[in-house]
Design a protein around this ligand. Structure first.
Ligand SMILES: NC(=O)c1ccc[n+]([C@@H]2O[C@H](COP(=O)([O-])OP(=O)(O)OC[C@H]3O[C@@H](n4cnc5c(N)ncnc54)[C@H](OP(=O)(O)O)[C@@H]3O)[C@@H](O)[C@H]2O)c1
Length: 222
């Protein structure tokens, strides 16, 4: 399975690329600028300190074309423009949206949430792609880039996964558990991402208050 990371040059995309490349998965880092994607690939190789050949660079469009599962890791203000650019390259695929609607995306603070008409960022994606043969899943919203790039340590965070297609969720559950320390939790339908996305500004708040970078969330008692 090829994992294409659209917006993979940023903190979150790079962290996910690092973890999945380390796990031996085929990863394509996408960018608006293929040179930037190549730099990100080199950075991942340097961080892993290995001459791996399971990671490559592409434009976002080519990455989406080649990937079997597409991870969207762009800030809210780039979400629609990026989706517009890749929408014709998603036929028959799973799109995993990690977007969190933080107020910092509109010039405010990252410890506050922005309410969207559709209910959540991922539902905005699903509405945009309505009528297309694409399954939209929400995942990776609460796992910090800092914990993903802290490559010597396991990630101390559950991956809360929401979506309306059980088969696609199984694929994303299996994928996320390739990251050491991550436990995937099926959180039900896509609308539950409204709750999950709101946890991220709280975690950012806790990071700031405690002068740390690795705050995560664990669900107990399951
Ligand atoms: N960082 C975290 O710890 C974290 C944790 C959980 C969830 N998330 C969520 O994951 C998403 C990505 O976070 P991030 O921190 O990786 O974001 P980021 O570094 O700010 O941006 C990621 C990539 O998006 C593209 N991009 C940025 N602004 C753009 C614009 N105006 N138009 C088009 N493309 C643009 C850029 O790629 P190119 O220039 O290469 O095209 C950039 O490298 C966000 O929605 C965030 O809320 C982040």
């Amino acid at each position: 399975m090829k994992i294409a990371i659209v917006g993979g040059t940023g903190d979150q995309g790079l962290g996910l690329a690092l973890r999945f490349a380390k796990a031996g998965e085929k990863v394509i880092i996408g960018s608006r600028d293929v040179k930037k994607a190549h730099n990100a690939v080199n950075l991942v190789k340097n961080m892993l300190n290995e001459d791996i050949n399971n990671i490559s660079a592409a434009t976002n469009e080519d990455a989406a074309d080649s990937g079997d599962i597409i991870l969207l890791t762009v800030p809210l203000q780039a979400q629609m423009a990026t989706l517009r650019s890749i929408k014709d390259h998603l036929e028959g695929k799973i799109l995993v949206d990690a977007t969190v609607p933080l107020e910092s995306c509109i010039g405010g603070t990252p410890v506050r949430f922005v309410h969207l008409w559709e209910g959540s960022a991922v539902e905005r994606t699903a509405e945009f792609l309505k009528g297309k043969n694409v399954v939209v899943i929400s995942a990776f919203n609460n796992i910090s880039a800092a914990s993903l790039t802290n490559i010597e340590s396991d990630v101390e965070c559950d991956c809360l996964i929401s979506g309306d297609d059980e088969e696609a969720k199984k694929v994303v559950i299996q994928l996320s558990e390739k990251i050491p320390g991550v436990r995937a939790i099926n959180c039900g339908g896509l609308e539950n991402a409204r709750i999950v996305e709101k946890i991220t500004p709280l975690l950012i708040n806790l990071n700031i208050r405690n002068k740390i970078k690795l705050a995560g969330i664990r669900i107990t008692g399951l």
